[in-house]
Design a protein around this ligand. Sequence first.
Ligand SMILES: [Mg+2]
Length: 333
Amino acid sequence: MASDTGIFKMMQWETLIRETVQMGGQLVFLKDKAPVDQDMYLETLLSHFRYEIPFVRRSVADIQSATFRTKATDLILFFEEQGELIDALNSVLQGQRLILAKKNFVKTPFVDFVWSDCSLNDWTQVLGSLKQNWKKPPALPQFGEASQAPCLFLDRDDVVVKNVPYNKEAQKVQLLPGIIELINSAHKKGYWVALVTNQSGLGRGWISWKEYQAVHQQMLSLLAEKGAWIDECVWSSFIEEGVPVGNLYAGLRKPRAGMLQMVDEKLHVRMETSILVGDSASDILAGYSAGVGRLYLLSSDKLVKEQASLEEFKKKDPRLQYEWAQTFADIIL
Ligand SMILES: [Mg+2]
C-alpha cells in the first residue's frame, strides 16, 4: 500500500498531466534508449488511454528533423537511461521535461521535474486514477486563417523599455530610444510585432499581478502616444527552482521557444523571415530554437557576458548564427 507521501506525490503528478492536457498539450515519450521492458509495458498501458489522454511516441530523429515538433504545453517524459538525450535535444525540444528516475538522479540543466524513486507501478496508478476521474477538457479556441507574415519578436527589458530589475512601478517605465521607430517601421513593412518576456518576478512573488499589469499598461500607453502598438504579448512567470509540480509552462521560459510558439499558434507567422531582438543569450537561443530567421543581440551593459555565453553554445551547435546591433538603426527589416 502506498504511503501518504506516495499518494500525495501521485496527486501532484495527476495535476501536472491534467493541466498539460487542459492547456492543449500532450504526453510525449521518446522511443530511443527506452528500456525494452518498460517500453513494451508502456505501450500496452498507454493504449488504454489513447482516446482520453493524448500522447505520442516519437524518435529523436523525428524531432531533430522537425518531422514532429514538441510544444511548450507538452509534457515530455524521459527515463533515467535517456538522460543524455535531453542535452542533445535542447535546441529543438520544447515543453516541460520530466525524468522518471529510480534513485539519486543528478539534475541536469533543462530538466523541470525529477520524479525520483518512481516505479512503473506508481506510474500505472497515476494513469489509472486519472482514467477514473477524467473529464474531457474543453476544446481550445481556434484562431483565424494562416497569415504567414513575418514577426518582429522583441524582448521587453533593455529592448522595449529600460531595464529596472523586477520593476513594479509604472512611473519608472521608460521606452528605449528608437524602439517606436523600429516597431512602426516593422508594421509598415507587414510584420507582426510580438513581445516575449521572462518575468520570473511574478513566479517568485516579488511582483504582484496587479503591479505587473500596471507596468505593462504604462509601456503600451507610452507606445500608443506615438502611434505604436504590439500585436501580441506573452510573458513567462516560470522560475527554474522550487516550482511545485502542477505549475505548468516551464516550456515558456526563454531560452526555450515556448512563448514564440504561442505567438505563432495565434498569429501564424513565418518564422524563417522573422526577426528577434534581445539583449540576452537566452533571447537569442529562444529565437534559434523557434527557427527565427534573423537574430539580433542588442548592445547593453551585459553584452560581453552574453556574447561569451553564445560563443560557448556555438561550440556545441555551430549552426547558431546571430548578429550584433549597437542600436536599433543596425536592424535591417
Ligand atoms: Mg532583456
